[in-house]
Design a protein around this ligand. Structure first.
Ligand code: SF4
Length: 246
């Protein structure tokens, strides 16, 4: 999995953004520019890089995780996004996925030849609470997308997705908690409940990380960063290895 961040920086738009890791990591590294300033990076053309023999630096089959230090659909990047679609179009031998809290902007951000979606692009709609699920999921399901993932992270409360879980439309629901010193806790009962909803709907489920604080059987556990993925995996709830594409 290769991270491809053609731009960096974002601004907060909903409850899940409160302790955004982009801001946190920028602060930790003493970033010269504010995290809310969206700017292009030196990795803008990353998938098109060649080695000394003029072969692709990233070979066929590479999976690119796109825009994890921003949002692909953020307004400030509107003038740059067509170049990204062009790069993605040139690398149909690779796969790309991105998550967004701005699914309501997708339609106006798509390239002209998108039609019913690119086969090698997966889009994850992030829903952190019931309010955002009820706003974003109907939009997400109505759009032409070949591979849909639902990212329930950071999960902030029990969420009912039952009316949206159509296995013909959603390839995976992935749940995670919040990380960092000020993280809001994840209640394991919410995770089990989401798992049950997915099982009932025959939609694959993944618990991808616990976050920093996990409530289980009435106790709150602090999970160090390095164990958050492995502890989630140990729960034994995963149907697929996140992310699955194609
Ligand atoms: S949309 Fe994502 S990257 Fe942007 S502020 Fe919110 S959590 Fe951070």
């Amino acid at each position: 999995m290769i991270s491809w961040n053609p731009w960096h920086g974002c601004h907060k738009i909903s409850a899940g953004c409160r302790h955004c890791y982009v801001y946190r990591e920028d602060a930790a590294f003493g970033a010269a520019l504010p995290s809310s300033e969206v700017r292009q990076t030196a990795s803008f053309n990353l998938p098109l890089k060649r080695d000394r023999k003029k072969n692709w630096k990233y070979p066929a089959g590479t999976q690119f995780a796109l825009c994890f230090t921003s949002d692909l659909l953020i307004e400030e990047a509107d003038p740059w996004r067509d170049s990204i679609w062009d790069i993605i179009r040139q690398r149909q031998d690779c796969t790309f996925f991105f998550f967004t809290k701005r699914i309501d902007r997708l339609e106006k951000c798509l390239p002209e030849d998108w039609n019913d979606g690119y086969d090698h692009v997966a889009i994850g709609c992030t829903v952190e609470n019931q309010d955002r699920a009820d706003h974003r999921m109907p939009i997400f399901l109505s759009l032409p997308i070949k591979h849909r993932l639902v990212i329930v992270a950071p999960m902030l409360e029990r969420i009912d997705l039952r009316s949206y879980l159509d296995p013909a439309l959603i390839e995976e629901v992935s749940v995670g908690g919040e990380s960092g010193k000020y993280a809001r806790p994840l209640d394991y009962d919410w995770v089990l409940d989401m798992h049950a909803q997915c099982q009932a709907a025959a939609v694959p489920f993944t618990f991808h990380q616990t976050g920093s604080y996990l409530i289980k059987d009435g106790r709150t556990y602090h999970i160090p960063r390095e164990h958050q993925h492995s502890q989630a995996k140990k729960a034994g709830l995963n149907d697929v290895t996140f992310p699955k594409l194609g």
